[in-house]
Design a protein around this ligand. Structure first.
Ligand code: TA6
Length: 281
């Protein structure tokens, strides 16, 4: 029998091996804690995060699916889709070696999902926990017709101080700036954080590095060339009940967004992967 614990209203599983430990909520297949033993936690979790049924946890890695951000035609539908607030099924936790554990969770289309999005699907999240954290989100089309998705592994990364943090690997990359709704911007040099940043970067095909003066977090993406970067800064975070401590977080999200919206034929699959690792200086 699956052993779970409870945080607030949410059931979660705890995984530990010789090198790392994690906590994964069944709602949203949401990993909200990951730490390599002897190091600080890699994922950020808001001090005021709510663990409530039907509400995404503010921190860790929420899964945005089958659409990223607002729905493109119906603003009444939930932001970032429904996968992050639905209850997933735990399929297995498997020890690959002393230092690597695999966890698989699954979400299948249901009456509830069909009322929000009219396609049959099977969504699988494979999590590999070792000295790095690897998440693969596999969308399988079980419908009779093709569908398109946008999605994201919306990773909240922990940093010491956002004002001292920068991201390398974006130089010359085009981006959409959600803050002023402008397209075709080009990044010049490293990205630093002096105000709200909410950007969809394109053509990303090499790993990004988040440096905060105390460590380097490396983010690798497979299955997309889009990375979303978000920090709400003071003005926006002060309006959010579950995000007060914006100074210690940055989201670096492996994503398919904007025109990077894969079409998946009936019986075919698409896989989006993010791999996170960190080195303390
Ligand atoms: O990924 C960035 C973003 O889309 C931002 O625009 C911001 O709103 C954030 O996600 C959080 O969204 P949420 O629905 O979790 O409050």
């Amino acid at each position: 029998m699956l052993k779970t614990a409870l945080q607030g209203q949410l059931e979660y599983i705890e995984v530990s091996n010789s090198v790392s430990e994690a906590k994964i909520a069944l709602q949203g297949a949401h990993i909200f804690h990951f730490k390599v033993k002897g190091k600080k936690p890699l994922l950020w979790l808001s001090d005021t995060a709510l663990f409530k049924t039907g509400k995404a946890i503010r921190g860790g890695i929420p899964i945005c699916w089958p659409w990223f951000g607002a729905h493109n035609s119906n603003k009444l539908l939930p932001n970032h889709g429904f996968a992050r607030t639905f209850l997933w099924e735990h399929i297995e936790t498997k020890s690959i070696s002393e230092a690597e554990t695999k966890v698989r969770l699954r979400l299948k289309s249901s009456e509830d999902s069909l009322s929000l999005w009219p396609y049959r699907f099977e969504l699988t999240l494979d999590i590999s926990l070792g000295t790095e954290l690897r998440l693969s989100l596999i969308t399988k089309n079980l419908d009779t017709q093709a569908f398109s998705i946008t999605n994201a592994l919306h990773s909240y990364l922990r940093v010491q101080d956002i004002s001292q943090t920068y991201i390398k690997g974006l130089n010359n990359k085009p981006y959409y700036n959600k803050v002023d709704n402008s397209f075709n911007n080009i990044q010049a040099g490293k990205l630093r954080f002096t105000q709200e940043v909410d950007r969809v970067y394109q053509d990303i095909n090499t790993p990004l590095q988040v440096q905060d003066g105390h460590g380097i977090i490396t983010v690798k993406t497979e299955g997309s060339e889009t990375v979303v970067i978000w920090n709400p800064a003071e003005a926006l975070s002060s309006k959010m009940a579950d995000l007060s401590d914006y100074q210690t977080m940055v989201c670096v999200e492996s994503a398919n967004a904007l025109e990077d919206a894969p079409t998946i034929q009936a019986n075919e699959s698409h896989c989006l992967t993010t791999v996170l690792s960190h080195e303390e200086l």
